[in-house]
Design a binder for this molecule. Structure first.
Ligand SMILES: O=C(O)CCC(=O)C(=O)O
Ligand SMILES: [Fe+2]
Length: 209
C-alpha cells in the first residue's frame, strides 16, 4: 500500500513525517465507504467546547474509545453522546497503522473529522491521551486542507503545508505534543466526496499500556 520513498520533508520538525499519496484512489474510495458505515452507526455531530462554542468540524469516532467535547470539557468516552458504543475501527485502517508504525499495540480511537465548506480547526495539542510515547497517525481524504504545525509551546513559530487526499501524517517524538491545526480547506478541490469537504482521521493510543 505504501510506495517506497514517498516520505517528504515538507516541514523540518523532528518526529513529524508526511507520506504523500499513501492511499491510491481505490483505497481512498474504500476508506470513505468504511467511514460512511461508521457514521451510519455513530452519527457525526458538531461538538461544543466547554465555553459552549460550536466547533465548525463534525466528528465521530470508531474504536474502544471516542473523543468528545461538551460543556464538561474534552475527553475520551466509551460511548457516543447518543448512547451507542463506537463501531470498531475498520480493518484496512488498522492495517495502515500496523504498516506505518510497526507497533504491536493497536490504537484505541479513530477520530473522524469532517470539514465542510468554511470549517477549520484552531491550533491545539493532542493531549487527552494517557501515553505520549505513541505517535498519532493522521490520514486526509477529500478536499485539500492547509495544515499548520508549530512547536510544543503555544505562540511559537509555525509552518504550513497543504495536505491532499491520500496523504498520511505521523506525529511522534517531539512532534507528538506540537501545536497544530487546519486553517482552511479548498472546498470542492477533490472529487472524492460528491458533497465536497475534507475528512481527516486520526489514530490514537489513549490508554497507557
Ligand atoms: O484535520 C487535520 O488534519 C488535523 C485534525 C486534528 O488535529 C485532530 O483531530 O486533533
Ligand atoms: Fe490534533
Amino acid at each position: 500500500m505504501i510506495g517506497a520513498g514517498k516520505l517528504t520533508e515538507a516541514l523540518k520538525i523532528a518526529g513529524f513525517e508526511i507520506f504523500k499519496d499513501c492511499l491510491s484512489g481505490a483505497d481512498q474510495r474504500a476508506w470513505v465507504a468504511d467511514l460512511r458505515a461508521v457514521a451510519q452507526v455513530a452519527p457525526m455531530r458538531h461538538p461544543v467546547t466547554r465555553s459552549g462554542k460550536q466547533m465548525s468540524v463534525k466528528m465521530t469516532s470508531a474504536g474502544r474509545l471516542g473523543w468528545i467535547s461538551d460543556r464538561r470539557g474534552y475527553r475520551y468516552e466509551p460511548h457516543h453522546p447518543d448512547g451507542m458504543g463506537w463501531p470498531p475501527i475498520p480493518a484496512r485502517i488498522l492495517s495502515l497503522w500496523q504498516e506505518l508504525t510497526g507497533l504491536a499495540r493497536q490504537p484505541d480511537c479513530c477520530l473522524i473529522n469532517f470539514y465542510g465548506e468554511g470549517a477549520r480547526m484552531g491550533l491545539h495539542q493532542d493531549r487527552d491521551e494517557g501515553d505520549f510515547s505513541y505517535p498519532v497517525l493522521s490520514v486526509s481524504l477529500g478536499d485539500d486542507g492547509l495544515f499548520r504545525m508549530g512547536g510544543a509551546a503555544r505562540g511559537g513559530k509555525t509552518q504550513s503545508v497543504w495536505l491532499n487526499s491520500g496523504d498520511v501524517v505521523v506525529m511522534g517524538g517531539a512532534a507528538r505534543l506540537a501545536y497544530h491545526g487546519v486553517d482552511r480547506i479548498r472546498f470542492k478541490s477533490s472529487s472524492l466526496l460528491p458533497e465536497g469537504g475534507r475528512i481527516n482521521i486520526t489514530l490514537r493510543v489513549v490508554e497507557p499500556s
